[in-house]
Ligand binder design. Structure first.
Ligand SMILES: Nc1ncnc2[nH]cnc12
Ligand SMILES: [Zn+2]
Length: 332
């Protein structure tokens, strides 16, 4: 079996705020004079025991209070890249949650410019390509999302697309139909979290009403044979996050994860880390955990890596380059 860390990877489901390791959180708290509701790194890490998505989100939003300046966002992005590059990361389309920052008085431009500078340095140092996907918080009023899209006009050229995240159940995709239509009209790519905790109907709605090009998570689709056939027929990429699904108790154990069933149904599945600082691993760790728990073969790992390249928003030339890197790995 091959070293999975050398497999070239694209990561399509990564919340940059979810890469905030406890050590960096305390460093930034000290730098910015922000008080965290935990005594130290150990106490914060001990709080990473989640019952469900909401219990995670409560901690996730509380901890990101330490992110205040453009430099903080650059440091955060670079720290993520430093950990992921040795695990084979070659391309990343990273999510950020502007409303979680502008609501605390941080300027939208500082968030985007800070992350953008991290990505620029990542390209310069390691040749990693990528871009930013701005997510709307679905548990906040739709008007906030619309205002956020308007505010993004100053940085339109820095964005690949828009997404939808945060507490899913009770906040169906269709609420955001107009905002997504406006984003599409601007030429932005569109994706949405759907079918993480909520039923398959949310996945259908994301496709039919929002017009998404990828579904983030989407694992609940295994409970709907018609939907699975459609996802396979249309080759809709699913950005699956196996370690996240275990930590947020979407599945009891990795051994029971539906990844293999999705692959067997012919769905364009990709593997991603979601919020690696909170869920126990970066993108390479996810691939390795799948090998250990469910016997992911080298051929299946390569297929997941190809799927991620094909499902990415990279331009055709970059896709061809990345696919060639995957095939070179297969040829070994
Ligand atoms: N797994 C997840 N689901 C929904 N919103 C999120 N925000 C960060 N991680 C998330
Ligand atoms: Zn996510």
């Amino acid at each position: 079996m091959r070293d999975l860390d050398t497999l070239p990877k694209a990561e399509l489901h990564l919340h940059v705020e979810g890469t905030l390791e406890p050590e960096l959180a305390f460093d930034l708290a000290a730098r910015n004079g922000v008080e965290l509701p935990f005594a130290d790194v150990r106490e914060l890490r001990a709080a990473y025991d989640f019952r469900d998505l909401q219990s995670f989100l409560d901690l996730y939003y509380a901890t990101m209070a330490v992110l205040r300046t453009a430099r903080d966002f650059t440091d955060l992005t670079l720290a993520y890249l430093e950990r992921s590059v040795p695990q084979g990361l070659r391309h990343v389309e990273l999510f950020f949650d502007p409303q979680a920052h502008t609501g605390r008085g941080v300027a939208f431009e500082d968030v985007v410019d800070g992350i953008g500078e991290g990505l620029r340095l990542g390209r310069e140092r390691w040749g990693v390509t990528g871009g930013l996907i701005m997510c709307f918080l679905r548990d906040q009023p739709v008007e906030d999302a619309a205002r956020t899209l308007q505010a993004a006009a100053t940085r339109r050229g820095s964005l690949l697309g828009v997404g939808l995240d945060s507490a899913e159940v009770g906040h169906p995709p269709a609420l955001f139909a107009d905002v997504f239509a406006a984003a599409r009209a601007q030429g932005l790519h569109v994706v949405a979290h759907a079918g993480e905790e909520a039923p398959p109907a949310y996945v259908r709605e994301a496709l039919d009403v929002l017009g998404v090009e990828r579904v983030d998570h989407g694992v609940q689709a295994v409970h709907d044979a018609d939907l699975l056939r459609r996802l396979a027929a249309e080759q809709v990429p699913l950005t699956v996050c196996p370690l996240s699904n275990v930590r947020l108790r979407v599945v009891d154990r990795l051994e029971e994860h539906p990844l293999h069933r999705l692959l067997a149904a012919g769905v364009r599945v990709t593997v991603n880390s979601d919020d690696p600082a909170y869920f126990g691993g970066y993108v390479g760790d996810c691939y390795r955990a799948l090998r250990e728990a469910v016997g992911l073969s080298d051929a299946q790992a390569a297929q997941l890596a190809r799927n991620a390249v094909l499902g990415s928003f990279a331009d055709q030339a970059r896709k061809a380059e990345l696919l060639a890197e995957v095939e070179a790995w297969v040829a070994g």
